[in-house]
Design a protein around this ligand. Structure first.
Ligand SMILES: NC(=O)c1ccc[n+]([C@@H]2O[C@H](COP(=O)([O-])OP(=O)(O)OC[C@H]3O[C@@H](n4cnc5c(N)ncnc54)[C@H](O)[C@@H]3O)[C@@H](O)[C@H]2O)c1
Ligand SMILES: O=C(O)[C@H](O)[C@H](O)COP(=O)(O)O
Length: 371
């Protein structure tokens, strides 16, 4: 069996070699003709699995994407050929939460906010949005939620429409999939009209998909001197992004919010399990067997630890300013995809075990583990 895997998919050989021959390919630039003898195709978000690619692979039996987003996959075309499919729902949700928290803590310091007096709007309350809501509420922030699909199914879900939510929030964070059809499409969900509905100083965080926000509208607003705090991990038309937006961003990164060591490895593991299920094999390897030891693993929390110390604690694991600095330094010469490919390791909060008799509950809600 020939298994083709994106060369940016960690541990692909470790997980899949006992099932077949693993060959690696460059995800962004691969041509369908390079994959024509594939039985299994394992991609990330940069490979478009469309009709042309599927037609070029007559033996294809399984396609997996080690990502949460599936807007690059033509699932109807896969189903029409009876090709098995799996994505990796939730694999990097914690990683995105940590990106959002680090960004919020930095904005708080930069603008000297009283974070706990802020109201945060979370749009899209699925795997990631739920973690964000839980973490912010645990720290005592006021959180408003917008998710019409959940509202339609869950009578007690505290949904506000986008129009109700926008004028009320001080920080808006987006966690929707990119969709172009259906009752609630998200392409350009935030455009000129929505920007006007926001408070002028409401911060905007986009770590879902670039096309969910009208990038030209953001630039037009920024060029008026609006000064709206901006955190952009994702951009319209990656990797050829609207570079004029970068100087207006407080944090600008290369679509790496989900790229923690655990987040990427979990994606590979989820595909491995899905392929084993399809083949009727039992899995021989799991995540804990492949993850390297973290550089530090234990920290004692004393009784005088307070909410004000959370920022310093989280910075031990991840400070988004590192990724912002790399982006501004290297984007021009090395490019968007180089930044993603050579992403330095970052471990999730759970890699640090907190000890002490009084580890606050909110730290567990943020994803830290305790003894
Ligand atoms: N930047 C990154 O590295 C990164 C990492 C992971 C995921 N993502 C993106 O984040 C998205 C969300 O991830 P997730 O795991 O939470 O997905 P999910 O499918 O679990 O949740 C998405 C939620 O959005 C809701 N939704 C859909 N349309 C909506 C609309 N018009 N308005 C409000 N809510 C709407 C859905 O009902 C769902 O609850 C992914 O689809 C992916 O594109 C980005
Ligand atoms: O949808 C996702 O899971 C994320 O956007 C993912 O982290 C994107 O990373 P890529 O697959 O492009 O490496």
């Amino acid at each position: 069996m020939l298994i083709y895997a994106d060369d940016n998919m960690p541990y692909a050989r470790e997980f899949f070699s006992h099932l077949g021959e693993v060959r690696l390919f460059a995800g962004r630039t691969v041509q369908p003709s390079e994959l024509q003898d594939a039985d299994v195709l394992l991609v990330r978000s940069v490979t478009k699995v469309n009709q042309a690619l599927i037609a070029a692979c007559p033996q294809l039996k399984f396609v997996g994407t080690a990502t949460i987003g599936i807007d690059h996959i033509d699932r109807e075309a896969l189903a029409a050929r009876g090709i098995g499919f799996s994505s990796a729902p939730g694999c990097n949700a914690q990683s995105v939460l940590e990106y959002v928290l680090s960004s919020l803590f930095w904005l708080t310091e930069k603008y000297q906010w009283d974070l706990h007096s802020k109201t945060v709007g979370v749009v899209g309350v699925g795997n990631i949005g739920r973690l964000v809501v839980k973490a912010l509420q645990a720290m005592g922030l006021n959180v408003l939620q917008c998710d019409p699909l959940r509202a339609a199914q869950e009578p007690y879900f505290p949904h506000l429409s986008l129009q109700q939510l926008l004028p009320q929030v001080d920080i808006l964070t987006l966690h929707v999939p990119l969709t172009r059809q259906g009752l609630w499409p998200t392409e350009q969900l935030i455009g000129p009209r929505e920007l006007k509905q926001l408070k002028p100083d409401c911060a905007l965080i986009n770590a879902c998909r670039g096309e969910v926000v009208d990038n030209q509208a953001l630039l037009a607003e920024a060029n008026t001197g609006s000064g709206r705090p901006l955190v952009l991990d994702v951009w319209a038309n990656e990797p050829d992004i609207l570079q004029a937006l970068i100087p207006h961003c407080d944090i600008a990164t290369a679509h790496i919010a989900g790229h923690s060591v655990e987040g990427k490895a979990r994606g590979t593991e989820m595909l491995y399990q899905a392929l084993c299920d399809q083949l009727g094999h039992s899995a021989e390897l799991n995540l804990t067997q492949v993850l390297p030891e973290a550089q530090f693993t234990e920290l004692k929390i004393n009784s005088n630890f307070s909410l004000l110390d959370v920022q310093n604690l989280t910075r031990l694991l991840y400070d988004v300013r590192r990724d912002d600095a790399l982006f501004r330094l290297h984007l021009q010469h090395k490019g968007f995809d180089w930044l993603r490919k050579s992403y330095p390791a970052r471990r999730e909060y759970s890699s640090l075990r907190l000890s002490g008799t009084q580890v606050p509950t909110y730290l567990k809600e943020l994803g830290f583990s305790s003894q």
